[in-house]
Ligand binder design. Structure first.
Ligand SMILES: [Zn+2]
Length: 101
């Protein structure tokens, strides 16, 4: 099921791209150029939407030890128990402190 951000992002992309295409048609821009612009706008919109959706659906757990750079990213569609395990692994330094890069 798509996240609301994805729906809004997709709709916004479609509306902006559609109005740009209409405007280009008004200015006698060729079909190929119009398609190129439309495709570029769509792919940019999709990429941006994916980034935003990922940011709002991803939990980041960081180690509380200052010198430690361990962090775990998990999407929120995991079961709460699994997220709890991941959070514990990331925030409890003794669980990963022996790891050497
Ligand atoms: Zn740590």
């Amino acid at each position: 099921m798509p996240h609301p951000v994805e729906l809004i992002g997709g709709a916004t992309t479609a509306v902006i791209t559609g109005s740009t295409v209409v405007e280009l048609a008004d200015h006698d821009v060729g079909v190929l150029s119009t398609l190129t612009v439309a495709f570029a706008m769509l792919s940019a919109g999709v990429t941006l939407t994916e980034r935003v959706a990922q940011a709002v659906t991803t939990e980041v757990y960081r180690c509380s030890v200052q010198t430690c750079s361990v962090e775990i990213r998990a999407t929120r569609n995991h079961a709460p128990e699994r997220l709890a395990v991941l959070r514990e692994m990331a925030t409890d330094h003794s669980r990963h402190g022996t790891a050497v890069l």
